[in-house]
Design a protein around this ligand. Structure first.
Ligand code: NDP
Length: 283
């Protein structure tokens, strides 16, 4: 496993396991499988309604808590200082742990400054080791980084070969904030698993298109958290540290960038209305 050191000195695995859309009832089994496949970093969120399953797996897996890296996220409905503060304690209870390694604000909606202050406070109290944001596109990221005490350690954004986030990468670098990729496999969109360029490069190393795409992100310095409910795919997505892409291959893969989301446009009013609606409905 390779690690990076965040801007506050905390060490984080470059590769973790994502749990979005894993039903609550399957989460414990999936996370136990992931841990037995070698994953030590697990990404969940209040909004995934599966923190309890992650907590069950963490408490049963037999791996010391200090060797695991747990990330969760504050949902929009828990925005604002008081609600966020309570929700942090609730997340810890569901995750059966007295600290999380990384806590993020899931979306730049509701009172995220209040939520951020609650995270800063919880960090000082030892309940969180590092704090950051997610889905903060460059404009929102510059705003929050400009007015908070603790610079975000991480910004989790959609990143894969088709959305390489070039502009965001430059800005995050300036602030010393680590980029973490959500949907690093683009959930297979745009034919990622059968892409000819990825598969062609993979042939040289005996690797799949998925593995080449994930290795590309690691070599860009992006933390990744691929999700699968299948053990053999968890293993496939974990086998990334026994080959290295050449500079020429990296340049070739850079040309696959479409520079737009495969999922969602955070600048669109319709998407903003959707998130505001979802946040209110959950309150
Ligand atoms: P991914 O890009 O990780 O893709 C997951 C999909 O690809 C699943 O359908 C999975 O199927 C399939 N898959 C996985 N590996 C392979 C493989 N080797 N070959 C073929 N198919 C494969 O999508 P996610 O959206 O889950 O993103 C990863 C994580 O990022 C999430 O789980 C979550 O933790 C985080 N995330 C965060 C967001 C945010 O707003 N902050 C938004 C979205 C995700 P199957 O499970 O059936 O194997």
């Amino acid at each position: 496993m390779e690690y990076i050191t965040l801007n506050n000195g905390v060490k984080m695995p470059m590769l973790g396991y994502g749990t979005f859309q894993i039903p609550a009832g399957d989460t414990e089994r999936c996370v136990l499988d992931a841990i037995s496949a070698g994953y030590r970093s697990i990404d969940t969120a209040q909004g995934y309604f599966n923190e309890e399953g992650v907590g069950e797996a963490v408490s049963k897996c037999g791996i010391p808590r200090a060797e695991l890296f747990l990330t969760t996220k504050i949902w929009i409905s828990n925005g604002g200082y008081e609600r966020a503060k309570n929700s942090i304690d609730e997340s810890l209870r569901r995750l059966k742990t007295d600290y999380v390694d990384l806590m993020l604000i899931h979306q730049p909606f509701n009172d995220y400054y209040g939520s951020y202050r609650a995270m800063e406070e919880a960090c000082r109290a030892g309940k969180i080791r590092a704090i950051g944001v997610s889905n903060f596109m460059p404009d929102r990221f510059i705003d929050i980084a400009g007015f908070v005490e603790v610079t975000p350690a991480v910004n989790q954004l959609e990143v894969h070969v088709f959305q390489q986030q070039k502009a965001a990468r430059e800005i995050l670098k300036k602030h010393g904030t680590q980029l973490m990729a959500w949907s690093p496999l683009a959930q297979g969109k745009n034919g990622l698993f059968n892409n000819e360029t990825l598969a062609g490069i993979g042939e040289t190393y005996g690797k799949t298109a998925a593995q080449v795409n994930l290795r590309f992100l690691i070599q860009l310095g992006v933390v990744i958290i691929p999700k699968s409910t299948h053990k053999e795919r968890m293993e496939e997505n974990f086998a990334l540290f026994d080959f290295k892409l050449t500079d020429k291959e990296m340049r070739e893969l850079e040309t696959l960038d479409l520079g737009v989301s495969q999922f969602i446009d955070h600048y669109s009013p319709e998407v903003a209305e959707l998130f505001v609606g979802a946040g209110k409905a959950d309150q």
